[in-house]
Every structure is written in C-alpha cells, then in structure tokens.
Design a protein around this ligand. Structure first.
Ligand SMILES: C[S@@+](CC[C@H](N)C(=O)[O-])C[C@H]1O[C@@H](n2cnc3c(N)ncnc32)[C@H](O)[C@@H]1O
Length: 203
C-alpha cells in the first residue's frame, strides 16, 4: 500500500473518533462502547487477590471509566486517547481524580507501565495497522509488568469498523517479549462477533 494512502486512512480513522465524541457530548448512548462503567473483564482482574499498585496505563481510554477503576484499585494512572473531546469528557466526569489524561497517539508513546489495559482500541483501526499497533501496545509494558487485552475475535471476514482480531494476531504479542498468563474466550451476543478474547500477559 502506498505510504500516503496509509497516512490518509490513519488520519481518517482517528478523526472519526473525535467526530463521534463531538456529536455525542451531551448523551453517550450512541457511542457503542461507552458503557459508563468499568469493563467487567478489567473488574475481574482487579478483584483478584493480588496487590494492585504501581503505574497503570489505559490505552484509548474514551470516557475514562476503566482509568477510574484502576485508580480506585490503587494504581497511579495515565490514560491516553487521540480524541481531545473524549479526554475533555473524561476529565469532566472524573474531576476529582488524580488520573493523568493525555492526548497521545499510541504509535508515538514511549513510556512504560506496571499494568496496561487495552480494550477495543487495536480492533478500532484498519487491519493494515495491526502489527504496528500490537508492537506499540506491547512496548508500553515495563519489564515484569502485565498487559490485559480485551478484543473481539474475528469469526468471518467483515467490513469495519471495527476489525476484530484473529488468534494469530493475538499471538503476535508473544513476539514482543510477552508471555500469556491466561487466555480466555468469552461468548456473548454481539453484532461485532460472539466471542471476545480476554488475555493476560506478563513481560
Ligand atoms: C473503540 S474505542 C474503545 C474505548 C475504550 N477502550 C473502551 O473499551 O470503551 C477506541 C478508543 O481508542 C481511541 N484511539 C483510536 N486510535 C488511537 C490511537 N492511535 N492512540 C490512542 N487512542 C486511540 C479512540 O479515540 C477511542 O476512544
């Protein structure tokens, strides 16, 4: 693919998010992923009897609920998103929190964290960005740190957005210094796909 077409596709994909948030500033019911509550698959991690402390990163934080849950669990939290509108909404919703909300593209991020939460951001960009994105996500995990990945599983070829992940794509994390601690498939009714990956990695 020509480089300029790829760059144009990328700008289009990221602008799409900011427009969606802008058009749904007052009520979030038309933002398909905005449940306005912690992701239940993150909550099960937080409910595990381990010490939750150190630094945590939420990738593509949207309205900020997962970042807030991590803060409540005991982490020092950074939450990034490419959409300034999403960040403004999140900051307003969690005014009293100590979360650091930053407008930041995951492709250009070089910080590392003890715990990283990634839900649905990888699949939100066209497949041509997949390998690069997996590398970028893996790069944010510190040595000894953990990554919790939530993504829909691709069951058949479909047009996006979103573009669910195959098992082979999920396995690419292992090429970037991560080993699986658990790999679960959850069944649900969804227009996107009836299966979700919940994979916990350690670096
Ligand atoms: C499908 S939404 C998921 C939001 C949230 N993670 C959740 O599970 O509800 C994807 C989010 O990632 C953000 N995003 C898209 N591309 C990104 C990038 N390259 N770097 C950081 N955030 C990105 C979007 O603005 C959007 O808020």
């Amino acid at each position: 693919m020509q480089a300029h077409k790829k760059a144009r596709d990328y700008v289009k994909a990221t602008e799409w998010f900011d427009d969606l948030y802008k058009n749904n500033k007052t009520t979030q019911e038309n933002i398909p992923w905005a449940r306005q509550a912690v992701n239940p698959f993150l909550q099960t991690y937080l409910d595990e009897e381990k010490v939750h402390k150190g630094t945590a990163l939420v990738i593509g934080c949207g309205l900020g609920d997962d970042a807030k849950a991590l803060e409540l669990a005991g982490y020092t939290v950074t939450a990034i998103d490419v959409s300034q509108t999403a960040l403004d909404l999140a900051k307003e919703r969690f005014k009293d929190s100590t979360i650091t909300f930053i407008k930041q593209d995951i492709f250009e991020y070089e910080e590392q964290f003890d715990f990283v939460f990634e839900a649905l951001t990888i699949q939100s960009l066209p497949i041509e960005f997949r390998e690069k994105m997996i590398k970028a996500v893996a790069g944010t995990v510190a040595d000894g740190g953990e990554l919790l990945l939530i993504a829909h599983k691709r069951e058949a070829m479909r047009g996006g957005p979103p573009w669910p992940l195959t098992k082979e794509e999920v396995d690419l994390f292992k090429n970037h210094g991560l080993r699986e601690l658990s790999h679960e498939l959850h069944t649900e009714d969804s227009k996107i796909s009836n299966t979700r990956f919940r994979v916990l990695y350690k670096k």
